[in-house]
Design a protein around this ligand. Structure first.
Ligand code: 13P
Length: 252
C-alpha cells in the first residue's frame, strides 16, 4: 500500500536563518504524528540548519546532485556529501532541464550515483505547453522515463519516486485539472507495468507538481494514481504546507 509523500521543493529560496524560522513554525503547527510522509528540500546552504531545526520530524531532501563521488568538479556537490543530511534528492526538475540544459542521459547518471549511496531519487518528468498542444505530452514523458531510468533494475525502482510536473502548471497558478493529472499518472503507472512489472508499478509513488496548494490538494490527491505532491510556492509557508499535510492525512 502506497502512502502519500508530501514534498516541498523550496527551489532557490530561503537562507539558513529563514529555514530555521520555517521549522520553528512548522514544528509548532504540524501534528506530532502524520500518516503521510512529509519532506522538505531546501537549498544546499540551508541543509545543515534545516537538519538541526527540523529535529527529525520530517524527511529532508536536496534539489540536485553531481554524479561523481569526489574530485575536480568545482562548485558541485556529491551524493556522499548529501547523505550526511538527506534521504531524498530531486533530479531532472524542468527548471534544470530548461535553464541548465540537463539531458536525460545526465539525469540517468545522477540516479545511478544516488542509488549507489542509498539515496532516494525523485525523478521529475513533464511536458511543456507547446508539447501538450501538439499532442506530444505522452511521447515526451515516455522518453524522459525510458532514458532517465535506463539500466535501472526492478529492485532499484523500489527506491525511486516519479514526479509529474507539467511545465505549464509550475509557478503559474494554473493547475492541471485532477482529470488531466490522473490521465498522465495512469499513463506513467502503465509505463512502469510495461517496463518493469505490476508489482513494481504498484509500489512506485507518483507525485503531482504544479501549483498544488491547500485549495486544490483534496481533489488532486483523491485521484487513484496520485500518491502525493511536489510543492513549490505553497511549501514556503509553514502554515500552507501543514494544511496540505493535513488534507493528505485525512484521505488516508
Ligand atoms: P509550484 O508549486 O510553485 O508551481 O512549483 C512546482 C514545482 O516545480 C515543484 O518542484
Amino acid at each position: 500500500m502506497r502512502t502519500f509523500l508530501i514534498a516541498g521543493n523550496w527551489k532557490m529560496n530561503k537562507t539558513a536563518e529563514e529555514a530555521r524560522a520555517f521549522f520553528a513554525e512548522f514544528n509548532a503547527l504540524a501534528p506530532a504524528k502524520t500518516k503521510c510522509e512529509a519532506l522538505i528540500c531546501p537549498t544546499f546552504t540551508a541543509l545543515s540548519a534545516a537538519k538541526e531545526a527540523n529535529k527529525g520530524r520530517i524527511s529532508l531532501g536536496a534539489q540536485n546532485v553531481y554524479p561523481k563521488d569526489s574530485g575536480a568538479f568545482t562548485g558541485e556537490i556529491s551524493p556522499k556529501m548529501l547523505s550526511e543530511f538527506v534521504t531524498y534528492v530531486i533530479v531532472g526538475h524542468s527548471e534544470r532541464r530548461t535553464l541548465l540544459k540537463e539531458s536525460n542521459a545526465f539525469i540517468n547518471e545522477k540516479i545511478h550515483a544516488l542509488l549507489s549511496h542509498q539515496l532516494k531519487p525523485i525523478l521529475c518528468v513533464g511536458e511543456s505547453l507547446e508539447e501538450r498542444k501538439a499532442g506530444r505530452a505522452f511521447d515526451v514523458i515516455a522518453e524522459e522515463l525510458t532514458e532517465g531510468l535506463a539500466a535501472i533494475s526492478k529492485e532499484q525502482m523500489a527506491a525511486i519516486t516519479i514526479a509529474y510536473e507539467p511545465i505549464w502548471a509550475i509557478g503559474t497558478g494554473e493547475t492541471a485539472t485532477p482529470a488531466i493529472a490522473q490521465e498522465v499518472h495512469a499513463f506513467i503507472r502503465n509505463w512502469l507495468v510495461k517496463h518493469f512489472d505490476k508489482s513494481v508499478a504498484d509500489g512506485v509513488r507518483i507525485l503531482y507538481g504544479g501549483s498544488l496548494k491547500a485549495s486544490n490538494a483534496h481533489d488532486l490527491l483523491s485521484q487513484p494514481d496520485i500518491d502525493g505532491g511536489l510543492i513549490g510556492g505553497a511549501s514556503l509557508e509553514a502554515k500552507s504546507f501543514v494544511d496540505i499535510i493535513q488534507i493528505a492525512d485525512e484521505l488516508l
